[in-house]
Design a protein around this ligand. Structure first.
Ligand code: GLA
Length: 390
C-alpha cells in the first residue's frame, strides 16, 4: 500500500495541552497526531490525510482540522476556519522535525485575535486605498478595517469564514480542497465568487497551494496565504537569509498604500537579488519590511520567487509562484501581546510572511497588472513551497 492515503474521522478532540515552551523559543504545537495507518513507505511514513473535529465558532459552526503526512515524514495541519495552515513540521539538517509556522494550538486563539496566522486571505489580499475603486463606471465602497483603508478582504475576510473541505489524493501528494462561496455584496465586493484552494503535501517535500475562482460579475480578486514562518522554529527571524528574485518593488505611503511607482531595488535595503539576512539592513527601512516585490518574469510563469535559508537549522524554503508580486512582511506588528503556540509572547520579528500575490491597491493603479476577474474567466494561482536542508 505504498503511497496510499486514507481518511479516518476520529472521535472528539479535547483541549490541547500546551508544550510549556517559549513561543519564540519553539513553535511546536500539541496538535492531533495522525494515527499510524497504512504501510510505511521505504525510509519514511505512509502518505496520509485524516480529519478530526477542532471545535466550533461562536455561532455554533463546526470546525475541522486535517492532518497531512507525506512519505518523507513532513506533517501539516490545515483547518476549515480560514482555510488555515495551523502547523507545518519539516526536518532540520539533523532530520529533527520542527514546526516552522506561528499560530495557536486551539481554535479559540484564531477566532479571538489572529493577525491572519496561516490563513487564506481574500477576496483581496493586502490594501485597497480608502476601500474604494471604480470598475466599469461603477464606484464600489468596501469595508474599511485598517485606518481608512481596506485590508485583506475587510472586517470578515476569507480568513474568518468556515470553508467546506474534502481530502484530495493524487500521485505523490496528499491534500485538502477547501471551497467557499463569497456572496454578492460581501464586504462590499461585487458579484458571487466561488473559490477553491487546495493545499497539498508532495513527496518532493513541497507544500503546494493552488487557487481557483470564478465570478458572476466583474470583481477584483487577489488571493494569498498568510503564514508567519520561522525556519529556526523559534527566536527572531533576523538571521534568516533571503534571496528575492525581484529587481523592483512598490514603495508605499504612510498608510502602506503603494505610490504607483515601481522602483529599482538596486543600491537599497530592498535589494535581495543576492542573499542578505533580514536583519542586515532592516534598520534602514522605516517600520521594517512590509513591501510588495515585483518578481522577475511578471507572473504567469512558475519562477522561483524567493529562497530563504536559516543557518542554525540548515532549513531552506524556496517559493515559486505564478503571481507577479511577493509581499515580504517582517512581522513588524507582532509586539508580544499575542500568546501563541508554546504559551509565550510572539515578539516583533518573531516570524515573517512571504505572500505571493498581485500588487496592493491594483484596482486603483492602472499601471499595475490587473486583478479584475470577469464572468466566464477562471482565476488561477499557484504557490509551491519547497523544503530542503544543507
Ligand atoms: C500583511 C500586511 C501587513 C500587515 C499584516 C497583518 O502582511 O502587508 O501590513 O497588515 O499583513 O498584520
Amino acid at each position: 500500500m505504498k503511497g496510499s492515503t486514507k481518511i479516518i474521522a476520529v472521535g472528539a478532540f479535547g483541549l490541547l495541552a500546551l508544550m510549556g515552551l517559549a513561543a519564540c523559543k519553539g513553535n511546536k504545537a500539541d496538535l492531533p497526531e495522525p494515527a499510524a495507518v497504512g504501510e510505511p513507505a521505504e525510509g519514511g511514513t505512509a502518505m496520509d490525510v485524516q480529519k478530526q473535529p477542532f471545535g466550533q465558532t461562536p455561532d455554533g459552526t463546526a470546525v475541522e482540522i486535517y492532518a497531512l503526512t507525506n512519505d518523507k515524514g513532513l506533517k501539516a495541519h490545515v483547518m476549515t476556519y480560514g482555510a488555515t495552515l495551523v502547523s507545518l513540521e519539516v526536518p532540520d539538517r539533523t532530520g529533527k522535525l520542527g514546526d516552522i509556522v506561528l499560530g495557536y494550538e486551539a481554535l479559540d486563539g484564531y477566532i479571538k485575535n489572529s493577525p491572519y496566522f496561516g490563513s487564506i486571505v481574500g477576496r483581496y489580499g493586502n490594501r485597497i486605498a480608502k476601500g474604494r475603486f471604480t470598475l466599469d463606471g461603477a464606484t464600489y465602497q468596501l469595508a474599511t478595517n485598517n485606518g481608512e483603508n481596506h485590508l485583506h478582504g475587510g472586517i470578515k475576510g476569507f480568513d474568518k469564514v468556515v470553508w467546506k473541505a474534502e481530502p484530495v489524493r493524487e500521485a505523490g501528494a496528499v491534500g485538502v480542497k477547501f471551497s467557499y462561496l463569497s456572496r454578492d455584496g460581501e464586504e462590499g465586493y461585487p458579484g458571487n465568487l466561488a473559490v477553491t484552494v487546495v493545499y497539498s503535501l508532495t513527496n518532493a517535500n513541497e507544500l503546494r497551494i493552488s487557487y481557483e475562482a470564478t465570478a458572476d460579475k466583474a470583481t477584483p480578486v487577489n488571493l494569498t496565504h498568510h503564514s508567519y514562518f520561522n525556519l529556526a522554529g523559534g527566536g527572531d527571524v533576523l538571521g534568516h537569509e533571503l534571496t528575492i528574485n525581484a529587481e523592483g518593488y512598490t514603495p508605499v505611503d504612510a498608510g502602506l498604500i503603494p505610490t504607483g511607482e515601481i522602483r529599482p531595488v538596486k543600491d537599497s535595503p530592498f535589494d535581495f537579488t543576492t542573499p542578505h539576512s533580514i536583519g542586515e539592513r532592516i534598520a534602514q527601512v522605516e517600520g521594517g519590511y512590509d513591501h510588495n516585490f515585483v518578481l522577475r518574469g511578471g507572473g504567469g510563469m512558475m519562477d522561483l520567487a524567493v529562497r530563504v535559508y536559516e543557518p542554525k537549522s540548515g532549513r531552506i524554503m524556496e517559493i515559486s509562484t505564478t503571481e507577479p508580486g511577493l509581499q515580504f512582511y517582517s512581522g513588524n506588528f507582532l509586539d508580544g501581546t499575542i500568546t501563541g503556540k508554546g504559551g509565550k509572547a510572539y515578539l516583533k520579528h518573531c516570524g515573517f510572511c512571504l505572500e505571493t500575490q498581485h500588487f496592493p491597491d491594483s484596482p486603483n493603479k492602472p499601471n499595475f497588472p490587473s486583478t479584475i476577474l470577469r464572468p466566464g474567466a477562471v482565476y488561477k494561482s499557484l504557490a509551491i513551497h519547497k523544503f530542503s536542508t544543507i
